[in-house]
Design a protein around this ligand. Structure first.
Ligand code: PAF
Length: 311
């Protein structure tokens, strides 16, 4: 293990790792790998009446995660984050292998954010046996991302369901950038009767509007320069969507504008109902619609969305 100045790492008797910033007396972040240790630790805090806020991640933390963690920290007594690169939500093995795993850097960021517990399970801990759960989300997981990433949301649902059962937090935090994932998780919690409140956190953006994502680091300088066009189009769509005869016209316009940049290739551009995620045919069909896009910049797939109505 690489030790990062200025932090001190102290292994405990129980196999947890305590991390303490030098000069920061009394504050430790515990890194826990075993579900049994996690439950024991959290039960102690629950008995003391503490509320638990949970942010599940796959690591490679960036300012978008910090915004989830900051919101969770402000609304709860105890902040728990998990890092687990979930193999069963990847569609391509190459993607899974290439997924960044900067653990020491993540631990440092979590500590700076005031995270109390990092749950860092291995694959054997999450999946002692081959996971076989199948969730029926109706069409919610079949449209948009589901069309291009079959099985992805079932893999997300399996890991989130297991994590929520292990941590049993009062609140769990998810970003609105992954809007379809958020709706699938809302449905999962409703279907399974888990007692956790799901909190949606607005998309965190770079100064030029690009939605923050761990994938942005893989953009070439040219692609990075082109990518804010996605946000520009989403914003313009929000400002003048009723000027288009129907949603199809708006989708056509947005697709053309994004494609006009040689570095960007839209995979889908859809106006959908915010709850069902079904396509909207006429503006009068539903006032609560959201424009969702997936765009390739080279082989980097970027997703983003914008509500077309005011909250
Ligand atoms: O959004 C993510 O980072 C992942 O899909 C999640 C929710 C942590 C499940 O692996």
């Amino acid at each position: 293990m690489v030790l990062f100045f200025p932090y001190r790492f102290t292994p405990s008797k129980k196999g947890c790792l305590f991390i303490r910033p030098k000069g920061c007396n009394g504050f430790y972040m515990k890194t826990i790998r075993k579900v049994s240790h996690l439950k024991e630790e959290l039960n102690r805090h629950r008995k003391d009446g503490k509320t638990i806020g949970f942010v599940p991640t796959m690591g490679a933390l960036h300012p978008g995660h910090m915004s989830l963690l900051g919101t969770a920290k402000a609304e709860n007594d105890l902040l728990v984050c998990s890092i687990f690169v979930n193999p069963i939500q990847f569609n391509e093995e190459g993607d899974l292998d290439a997924y960044p795993r900067p653990l020491e850097q993540d631990q440092r960021l979590l500590l700076e954010q005031g995270c109390h517990i990092l749950f860092l399970p291995g694959e054997g801990e999450m999946y002692p046996d081959k996971p076989r759960e199948r969730y029926d989300f109706g069409r919610l997981d079949k449209v948009m991302e589901g069309e291009y990433r079959p099985g992805h949301f079932n893999g997300v649902a399996i890991v989130v369901h297991r994590l929520l059962k292990m941590v049993a937090p009062h609140r769990a935090y998810f970003g609105e950038k992954d809007f379809q994932q958020l709706q699938v998780i809302n449905k999962l919690v409703e279907m399974t009767g888990l007692g956790t409140r799901i909190v949606a956190v607005p998309t965190s953006r770079e100064a030029d509007g690009l939605a923050r994502s761990s994938r942005n680091a893989r953009l070439t300088p040219e692609q990075r320069k082109a990518a804010p066009l996605i946000y520009k189009v989403l914003k313009e769509a929000k400002d003048r969507y009723l000027g288009f005869t129907n949603p199809k016209q708006l989708e056509k316009w947005a697709t053309e504008v994004i494609s006009s940049n040689v570095h960007l290739r839209p995979q889908y551009v859809r106006v959908v109902d915010i709850n069902s995620l079904e396509k909207i045919e006429q503006w009068t069909d539903n006032e609560r619609c959201i424009l969702c896009v997936a765009v390739f910049a080279g082989d980097v797939r970027l997703i983003d969305n914008m509500r077309l109505f005011n909250k």
